[in-house]
Design a protein around this ligand. Sequence first.
Ligand code: NI
Ligand code: MN
Length: 228
Amino acid sequence: MPTVQYLSHASFLVETGGRKILIDPFFTGNPKAPADVSRIDPDYILVTHGHGDHLGDTIPIAKRTNATVVAPNELAVWCQEKGAKTHAMHIGGGWDFDFGRVQLTIAHHGSAVAGPNGWEYTGNPCGFLVTSEGKTLYHAGDTGLFYDMKLIGEMHPIDLALLPIGDNFTMGVQDAIKAVELLRPRQVVPMHYDTFDMIKADPRVFAAGAAQHGAKVTILAVGEKLTY
Ligand code: NI
Ligand code: MN
């Protein structure tokens, strides 16, 4: 069975299909990051968008481990220019990797990398559907609530949904509860909250609301693992 390990904020390490898949590795400058990330050795790094709290440490980890960076095309090209091995994709497209299938979903948000000369825009942000070992994981990325989540849930029965609840930059608790109603996932883990003051949220309020829609909610502590 696949496992996910919560690495704080929107970062998770997924182990499935004999591979390690790191999502949105934001460790440097992250007050909630786990202590021992220097030896993390992913085969793939999935990056939802260019913001520093998601692109994060992608480039140094990719260079150290030779992991393949999977991202929307414009961001993948940006990563390739910085020396990473990449696999470019785009919204709606899927690809069969050696561990399983990845498909990109829409996410209502922005995507740009803060550089020395200001913002470098890196196209559209995304979410990821990762299907492996017969299980489907949905990482929503940074996004507001959108009604197409109903379509995503209809076409890809979701075993585990990772949903932002921190408000201000993404869905807050009440919208994330509605997202659970639309997606109908079997299990849910809240993310993207409490890292900074601007995204403080109470995951227990989210858990109680999401449970009303039949989902099993697990509030993961940093470093904690979950099987799905
Ligand atoms: Ni963002
Ligand atoms: Mn973010």
